[in-house]
Design a protein around this ligand. Sequence first.
Ligand code: PHE
Length: 425
Amino acid sequence: LPRHQEANKENRSNTDEWTNITSTIERLTDRKLLSNPAHPLSILTDIIFSKFPEQEYTRANFPNPRVSVYENFESLNITSDHVSRSKTDTYYLNKDHVLRTHTSAHQVESFRDHPTPGFLIAADVYRRDEIDKTHYPAFHQMEGGRWWSPQGTSSVKELVAKINQDTAKIPVSEIKIIDDTLPFHDGNPKQHGQHQEVCIAITNHLKRTLEMVVGDIFENIALGDPSAPKEPLQIRWIDATFPFTSPSWEMEVYWQGDWLELFGCGVTQQRVFDRAGYPERVGWAFGLGLERLAMVLFGIPDIRLFWSEDPRFVEQFTPGVVSAFKPFSKYPGTYRDFAFWLKEGTIPEEFHDNDLMDIVREAAVDLVESVKLIDKFTHPHTKRNSLCYRVLFQSMERTLQNDEINVLQDSIRDSLKTKFGVELR
Ligand code: PHE
């Protein structure tokens, strides 16, 4: 292995003039969102993994996002003048180590280490970026790779036949390809030294694999959502450039009126296989950003929600299930209790929760998050019944002021008195 390949793991904690990781980002590296199977990103990961036959694709785990500059960049032909290597784009631990900026950082070892010809990785990645609804300095990617070896084949024709046989096994997806690309051309060339039939066979296997994955995922979503379009999913292939694949593409999916960019992928550069110690192998790789797809599938409106520790987010999802996100307020709420004696001779059952709901709704419309009965008792001597409800006032748009809650509270109390003749306590 090259001397600098796995640059001394201990040195990861040294700092120098390259160090630009902050304590906030440091904390994010400890969150390990994917280790919770009920997190939407894990649910999505598991669904995608399940589309790939297990005996063909090894699921590899890389829990530590701290990698060497060699792994993240050099092993992938990303030269030192490439923009992505600059300190303004990447979190450096020190001059030799970074927080991985993509899961491709593990391609070389994954093409080297597994007993199967394919691998899949899902992991957290980090890029210095603005924070808004769709950008966050930490996010998650999935990486996949597949190789073939010419060993045991005596000619290019046999290798091509072997790849095509594997392609024929991929279930065909009912999708509509709106735009495709040439197998390769001057602007998106095949590699020197790779036979064009081999390049085309790998490309077909790659494209059919990713089409099968998206076709399945979006079909299942459509099944669970009667309002989803019945026409086949539309996708398009677009030429792209990555230093570690050639030719390269992006796949986009048409969903709810927009083209959604999903995969970056391509035919793996021979130098990546050289570095893995298997110069004779050929194959492909893809990368997929998980957040944007999860936002679409779960209806999650803001990327920051994935990092929420609020139980109203964390506890609303179930492993294995894609469910629609139920929004909750990010503004603080205020509780107010309403305790009252029912009219003499009235039993608690005669006052229904919905009676209060209606009064509350009329007074406060959308400013109430919940209404709960918290206490109910009968006076031992007078036998009068008392109820106590707790109302949570909370807006989806702003922080409510005490004065305005007081007004709402008074009007609810008035209505309780006039409509139900209760005696407020
Ligand atoms: N690593 C690339 C990115 O983050 C995606 C990619 C992976 C492209 C594998 C080609 C092959 O954009």
